[in-house]
Design a protein around this ligand. Structure first.
Ligand SMILES: NCc1[nH]cc(CCC(=O)O)c1CC(=O)O
Length: 294
């Protein structure tokens, strides 16, 4: 069976590495495939001087790849699930969610630095991260930082930042875990919905041989619960939300964070139950947390 598959990816080193991971898994299942990785710049990668919230949010990282899929320039697109908008076009379904890489967030300090002291500057543009890290480092100052993983690490060397918070998954995929100085537990810092999971998107009705072997059922359950939690709270727009679900056999555990804009504070909570009820549980938890402010 000979078939050519083009996998579309953003241009960043991490995005290409992620596309390669999917390529390798596909090839294991279907050695006859001929797979090429096609990279493209997305609007989110082009505009680096504005915060994502101001220029239109998550969709900016996937739009160009959506068009390339629709136009048949690529056959699959690989994205970090956490970068995907809540609503996914019906024509471009997610065909597989990969086995989850380490979902936790980590601290990376500037070269030579051993620990953070009051007054140090932590670079992060994620309100989810700065809110939670603010409790762990009350004396530190948080400043926006943008750009891909490499750019951010360069900014630690060249600019005023003393530290930054990144996803363990990205650093591990790049083989850069040696720069991690602290791994935050799930309780210390609830991750972003989908963090650590890759989504493989394709065209509706089109079969990709071997795609089943890229998919991980536990990731589907976790993603459904986490994304339902986010959707129930705010539709995934601009306010910070965090959700992490873990499947253990027939049971799913979900932990979530809800930020109340007017109160300027957040609450967290957990829920667990039958794995197949993940979405109902997620809605329930979201409503319980929201209810604390009503
Ligand atoms: N927002 C960028 C982004 N999107 C996904 C990851 C990490 C990889 C993953 O979650 O699978 C990162 C980098 C980071 O947050 O440190």
């Amino acid at each position: 069976m000979e078939r050519q598959i083009r996998i579309g990816s953003r241009e960043s080193i991490l995005a290409v590495r992620q596309a390669q991971i999917v390529k390798e898994e596909l090839l294991k299942a279907s050695p006859g495939l001929e797979i090429e990785i096609v990279t493209m710049k997305t609007t989110g990668d082009r505009i680096l001087d504005k915060s994502l919230e101001k220029i239109g949010g998550k969709g900016l990282f996937v739009k160009e790849l959506d068009y390339a899929l629709l136009e048949g320039k690529i056959d699959l697109a690989v994205h970090s699930l956490k970068d995907m908008p809540m609503e996914i076009p019906e024509m471009l379904p997610i065909l597989a969610l990969t086995r989850r890489e380490d979902p936790r967030d980590v601290m990376v300090l500037e070269p030579g630095k051993k620990s953070l002291i009051p007054g140090d500057i932590i670079g992060s543009s994620s309100k989810r991260r700065t809110l939670q890290a603010g409790k762990l480092y009350p004396g530190c100052i948080f400043k926006n930082i943008r750009g891909n993983v490499q750019t951010r690490l360069q900014k630690l060397e060249q600019e005023e930042y003393n530290a930054t918070i990144l996803a363990a998954a990205g650093l591990r995929r790049l083989g850069m875990e040696n720069c991690i100085t602290r791994i935050f537990s799930i309780d210390e810092m609830i991750p972003s919905a989908g963090q650590g999971i890759l989504a493989v998107q394709g065209r509706k009705g089109e079969k990709i041989p071997g795609i089943e072997s890229v998919a991980c059922p536990d990731s589907i359950w976790a993603a459904k619960a986490e994304r339902t939690f986010v959707r129930t709270l705010d539709g995934g727009c601009t306010s910070p939300v965090a959700a992490f679900a873990k499947v253990c056999g027939n049971e799913i555990f979900l932990r979530g964070l809800y930020y109340h804009e007017a109160a300027g504070e957040y609450v967290t909570g957990s829920i667990s139950g039958d794995t197949t009820r993940g979405e109902a549980l997620a809605e329930e938890l979201a409503n319980i947390l929201k209810g604390k402010y009503e």
